[in-house]
Design a protein around this ligand. Sequence first.
Ligand code: CMP
Length: 137
Amino acid sequence: MERTLSIIKPDGVKKNVVGDIIGRFEKNGLRVAAMKKIWLSKEEAKGFYIVHKERPFYDSLTDFMSEGPIVVMVLEGENAIAKNREIMGATNPANALPGTIRKDHAENVERNTVHGSDSPESACFEISYFFSMLEIL
Ligand code: CMP
């Protein structure tokens, strides 16, 4: 059993596809262990994406992530990190496989609808960025 952090980004919330996205996780054997809708400040978005602080897209990415509400979730299941990434599809929707969330909903490499942790270490940091132990059931 593994846990991963999932975010439905501002573009996904605005398009009103939250239910569609959660349904895909559930159909693929992942369980929502914690969930909330929040609106990040620019500073909070910068803290979350701190590993990308040297990237050229850091400023634009953190503007985007703070432009509207997001839904953050802890997903739980067997191989949850890899399974979530498979369901999301490639970071750039142009490279995403048919049937993935990003292929169906994402606009471009930045406005790509969902985020998922890429390793157990980042899952640990990212889950604790948003949730306390008492909120994960
Ligand atoms: P995510 O999986 O949340 O991880 C980092 C995010 O940075 C990524 O999704 C995209 O939203 C964004 N990103 C990654 N690569 C680029 C890029 N080349 N240009 C703009 N944004 C990017």
